[in-house]
Design a protein around this ligand. Structure first.
Ligand SMILES: [Zn+2]
Length: 314
């Protein structure tokens, strides 16, 4: 939802996420643009005459394109589904994304789960993602889910921080609940650490793009106590990698700074890269495909490229 499709960014630069496949139709602006590879020249000099000439005979072989040129704006560091929110990294202005709604008042959004009380708010988009997950859990008899907390604005977080103290609650702007991509999930049967709902989520949430954000054995890394109820949406394929490699979001973002990650998800192959934002904002990615850009909320972006069907030739 908040992930920017870099196919759009790439179109502005005219190289395009799918730049390996060339389309030789007349008026194909991509042809002239690819040669110049600048946004400025792309819209100039694209006369029909020259296009016709270019396409009149068998095309002259051109140097093979080996990657993707994208342009990233500085503010994209603070946009997307992978933003790190902790004591050092606050929710950026406007980072809450799609506005949250009161789920008690929006009965149509409550599919397969209850609410702890009538104040729970969450964006319709995240609610839908959560509902998809719990509807699948119900198919195997796990069906006592409830949401105990969703989106919290800064005033609510401030109140909570004062009531619970600095050890138990984050200051305003530093809770994932202020970002709008997290929720606390409960079970009406028993505590989440024991409940079938908690166990099912711990094993399966990654398939739906969610991660258990504060695991029991990672408190030294997250700085947050074990919270079997707190889930964060990061999206696929990221959640799959984090689950498979047993990484928290902190560890995942740090690992991407060390090396790129190749993975598969839903029958597709992905290459995942971290890039610091340079002064000119230009990034050269070594593979092609449709891609997404997510900021890390610190100093750069994660570029996720869908390179095609799993096992297919690139
Ligand atoms: Zn929480």
């Amino acid at each position: 939802m908040k992930t920017l499709l870099c196919v759009l960014a790439a179109l502005l630069l005219i190289t395009g996420c799918e730049s390996q496949t060339r389309n030789d139709t007349p008026n194909n602006t991509a042809d002239s643009a690819d040669q110049d590879n600048t946004a400025g020249s792309a819209n100039q000099d694209n006369t029909a005459g020259s296009a016709d000439q270019d396409n009149a005979e068998a095309p002259v072989p051109e140097p093979e394109e080996t990657g993707l040129s994208i342009h990233v704006k500085k503010e994209q560091i603070h946009e997307g589904s992978l933003l790190l929110i902790d004591r050092e990294h606050a929710v950026p202005p406007g980072g809450e994304g799609e506005p949250a709604v009161n789920l008690y008042e929006h009965k149509e959004l409550r599919k397969g789960f209850g609410l702890l009380d009538n104040t729970v708010r969450l964006s319709p988009d995240l609610t839908e993602k959560f509902a998809k997950m719990v509807v699948d859990a119900a198919k195997v008899g796990i069906d006592h889910f409830l949401i105990s907390s969703g989106y919290r604005d800064e005033a609510e977080q401030n109140k909570l921080h004062k009531e619970m103290g600095d050890d138990r609650a984050m200051p305003a702007g530093h809770s994932e609940h202020n970002l709008g991509l997290s929720l606390d999930i409960g079970s009406s049967l028993e505590e989440m650490s024991e409940a079938p709902e908690g166990k099912w989520l711990a094993e399966n949430a990654w398939k739906y793009g969610f991660i258990q954000r504060y695991p029991e054995d990672k408190t030294a890394i997250t700085g947050i106590m074990y919270e079997p109820w707190h889930f964060r949406y990061v999206g696929l394929p990221h959640s799959a990698v984090m689950k498979e490699q047993d990484l928290t979001l902190e560890q995942y973002l740090a690992e991407l700074k060390e090396h790129s990650i190749s993975t598969t998800s839903g029958g597709r192959a992905y290459e995942i890269y971290y890039y610091p934002i340079s002064a000119d904002g230009n990034i050269q990615v070594p593979v092609t495909g449709s891609c997404e850009i997510d900021g890390n909320n610190e100093d750069g972006v994660i570029v996720t490229v869908d390179t095609g069907p799993e096992g297919g030739a690139k």
